[in-house]
Design a protein around this ligand. Structure first.
Ligand SMILES: Nc1ncnc2c1ncn2[C@@H]1O[C@H](COP(=O)(O)OP(=O)(O)OP(=O)(O)O)[C@@H](O)[C@H]1O
Ligand SMILES: [Mg+2]
Length: 226
């Protein structure tokens, strides 16, 4: 699903954020991208949906070399990806429900169906009573959950989540991780960037460890309890 061949990213004028990354994530895998602040986790995710372009090497997502995509191709790629941004990027003037439903409507889902689905997801994420609130009136953790619902509403093939539990208390963080696990069980490929090592201990998925822009180790998926 995701293949990086000797990928490097240098931010202008000369800051090496990622160096010589070799990474394969197969369809249906659940992968944690971990490493300290500044290691390059967000940059790596940005390469996958072409918010940033690699300086060197090749990035292939769902069979497409992302460097070769037209604008239309980039739009199509992003439709297949559910994105949870580190800074949420919610629309402040819309309610929580409309933020989620709109993401489905813009790709052609009927209004009634999109609202039904959005409501269902918000309820699963514990926001049943807040669906009519607008983002400025929501706590950080509530906004994060709206962002997660928005990422999942189109049943994406690939979910890329950047610190999706950063603003959540441990209980809500685990609840959110279980929702990603459900998506994973239904066949979705999930990549979660996090520097929260507690999550890696509680959820036994594959780990790719980044350090100073390089893959510095990791762990294979291990059975629960190991
Ligand atoms: N647009 C940019 N221009 C220049 N340098 C950047 C830019 N974005 C990120 N960087 C630098 O690239 C490095 C990697 O940043 P990145 O945001 O990918 O790290 P991260 O692992 O996501 O960190 P965090 O855990 O704090 O979110 C950092 O040193 C950062 O300062
Ligand atoms: Mg980051």
């Amino acid at each position: 699903m995701v293949h990086l061949f000797t990928v490097s990213k240098i931010y202008p004028p000369s800051y090496p954020a990622l160096t010589d990354i070799q990474l394969d994530i197969e369809k249906g895998e659940f992968v944690f991208l971990s490493g300290p602040s500044g290691a390059g986790k967000t940059t790596l995710l940005k390469l996958l949906f072409r918010e940033e372009e690699a300086t060197d090497g090749q990035v292939v997502v769902n069979g497409r070399n992302v460097a070769r995509l037209s604008n239309k191709g980039v739009a199509r790629l992003r439709q297949e990806i559910g994105l949870v941004f580190q800074d949420f990027r919610l629309l402040a003037r819309l309610t929580a429900l409309d933020n989620v439903a709109l993401a489905a409507e813009v790709v052609g889902m009927a209004r009634r169906e999109s609202r039904r689905k959005a409501f269902h997801l918000l309820r699963e994420l514990g926001l049943k009573d807040r669906h009519n609130a607008k983002p400025p009136a929501l706590s950080g953790g509530e906004q994060q959950r709206v962002a997660i619902a928005r990422a999942l509403v189109n049943d994406p093939l690939l979910v890329l989540a950047d610190e999706p539990t950063g603003n959540l208390d441990p209980e809500m963080a685990d609840e959110t991780m279980r929702l990603f696990a459900q998506m994973h069980q239904r066949g979705t490929t999930v990549v979660v960037a996090t520097h929260n090592t507690g999550l890696l201990e509680r959820f036994h998925h594959r780990v790719v460890l980044l350090q100073q822009g390089r893959v510095a180790g990791g762990r294979k998926e291990c059975p629960a309890g190991v």
